[in-house]
Design a protein around this ligand. Structure first.
Ligand code: NAI
Ligand code: MG
Length: 487
């Protein structure tokens, strides 16, 4: 399907309410993963631009209209931004699909509503964040104020370029902060567009700034800058670890949402039709480039052969297709490097002794694109690299287990702790296993559900802190205790 709609505008930085070029004049090119062709040039922020953005955000936080606005006015502006995102849904979805390679069905039906959901939900919190009066001593009136942190730096990945804007910026802004967001260099376009819509919605200049650019340059400068009070990051565990060390110099607060290798556990007493669909959705949604992907499928031995047979048959039917085709359910991986990494893991898996039962190869669409088939590796042992390392692509590793103890042991025997799935008709087993899993999210008879009202984040090497839900507001605010002598 050829794309003949309006041309895409070159990307700019958004600093202090204005679309500007980088101080250096540098640009980089963002690519369309489905065609391997350049999409458009984007301004590339350097350290000087980070400094400009920090000055703008600090001024907006300290002396601009933002802190003087009534919470109800901030609420209205954020709610309007949610509305504008919905009103521009077709445009945003198309940009996201062209830049990232994900199916337009996902961008339009899942990503756009989710970003809007974040701004609508957190808008409501702007008027509900409150301190407490505390009974301490009759001689004092004692209370707490819940205050914003100041300037929040958000560094986000390429797998959910616009959803991550909602996850990070919406709660930070609702709590009264100003934000500088650095999108991933592979997918900068939707964040820039949302920052423009934020101005239209009435967010004052400098409150929400966007700096496309390299992680090692613009990202690094944000983490080092003394004018940034907090870094909220989603991305690889390796970069998360580096950010945490670097942030120590200026004692920045950090929230890290990192990698995963989440177990999706199918017990023999599950509704197997439902579980097959859940296993597929768990790994093939978002091309498997999903931090919470159910990439380790644990199947009880007694149903293993039947289950894997059904799964392989269905996986072979999912064909990579043009992401702009509304029927496409498997898009292109984000970059050639990511595709090569994923295919490399398929090879590693078979060398380690796993059996390839579906997919496993690159499959260009119309002769082009970084598409990889829906892939299932069976006979995986939990100690293999394809069981322990994040592949971040449409590759499922299937591992057998014998009973509840074996399932829980294998599920937790990993450095990560982001999410998990449990499939069973036994209510007691479902809840008991959910308690024992080391994960920030557990889905029972479901997988890959998200909502702005539900906290999301990890434990162990998957990081700490929470996005979304009331929990996330604690990540973007702090408490001040006030003592008033009344005697
Ligand atoms: P990455 O962790 O390098 O990128 C995430 C963000 O961090 C990007 O905006 C990047 O520009 C920024 N960044 C990179 N280096 C930085 C630095 N020194 N200081 C500040 N910011 C920096 O992830 P990458 O290289 O794109 O993907 C590599 C692997 O990481 C993937 O194959 C996947 O396994 C994992 N990953 C996990 C994600 C998750 O949601 N958990 C998301 C993206 C990648
Ligand atoms: Mg791109």
């Amino acid at each position: 399907m050829t794309d003949t709609l309006t041309p895409i505008r070159p990307g700019t930085l958004i600093i202090n309410g204005e679309a500007v070029d980088a101080a250096s004049g540098r640009t980089f090119t963002t690519m369309n993963p489905a065609t391997e062709e350049p999409l458009v040039a984007v301004a590339e922020a350097g350290a000087e631009d980070v400094d400009r953005a920090v000055k703008a955000a600090r001024a907006a936080f300290e002396s601009g209209p933002w802190p003087k606005m009534k919470p109800a006015e901030r609420q209205k502006a954020l709610f309007r931004l949610g509305d504008l995102i919905l009103a521009h849904g077709d445009e945003l979805a198309r940009l996201e699909t062209l830049d990232n390679g994900k199916p337009i069905f996902e961008s339009r039906q899942i990503d756009v509503p989710m970003v809007a959901n974040c701004f609508h939900y957190f808008a409501g919190w702007a008027t509900k964040l409150a301190g407490e009066t505390l009974p301490v001593n009759p001689a004092f009136f004692t209370y707490t104020l819940r205050e914003p942190l100041g300037v929040v730096g958000a560094i986000i990945p390429w797998n959910f370029p616009m959803i991550m804007v909602g996850w990070k910026a919406a709660p930070a802004l609702a709590a009264g902060n100003c934000v500088i967001l650095k999108p991933a260099e592979l997918t900068p376009l939707t964040a820039i567009r949302i920052a423009e819509l934020a101005l239209e919605a009435g967010l004052p200049a400098g409150v929400f700034n966007v700096l496309p650019g390299k992680g090692s340059v613009a990202g690094e400068a944000m983490v080092r800058h003394p004018g940034v009070d907090k870094i909220t990051f989603t991305g690889s565990t390796e970069v998360g670890r580096h950010i945490m060390k670097t942030a120590a110099d200026t004692l920045k607060k950090v929230t890290l949402e990192l990698g995963g290798k989440s177990p999706n556990i199918v017990f023999a007493d599950a509704d197997l039709d439902q579980a097959v669909r859940g296993a597929m959705n768990g790994i093939f949604y978002g091309k498997g480039e999903v931090c919470a992907a159910g990439s380790r499928l644990l199947v009880e031995s007694s149903v293993h052969d039947e289950f894997v047979g059904r799964l392989a048959e269905r996986a072979q039917k999912i064909q990579p297709a043009d992401p702009l085709d509304p029927k496409s359910r498997l898009g292109a991986l984000v970059s050639q490097a990511q595709m090569e990494k994923v295919l490399g893991y398929v090879e590693t898996g078979t060398k380690e002794g796993a059996t390839l039962v579906a997919g496993g190869r690159r499959q260009p669409v119309n002769g082009k694109g970084w598409f990889v088939q829906a892939t299932v590796l069976d006979r995986v042992e939990n100690t293999m690299r394809v069981a322990q390392e994040e592949i971040f692509g449409p590759v499922l590793s299937v591992i057998r287990f014998d009973d509840v103890e074996d399932a829980v042991r294998k599920a937790n025997d990993i450095v990560y702790g982001l999410a998990a799935g449990v499939w069973t008709r036994d209510v007691k087993k479902a809840h008991a296993v959910a308690r024992r899993l080391q994960a920030g999210t557990v889905w029972i008879n479901a997988y890959n559900f998200y909502d702005a009202a539900m906290p999301f984040g990890g434990t162990k090497a998957s990081g700490f802190g929470r996005d979304l839900g009331p929990e996330s507001l604690r990540e973007y605010s702090q408490v001040k205790s006030v003592w008033v002598s009344i005697e």
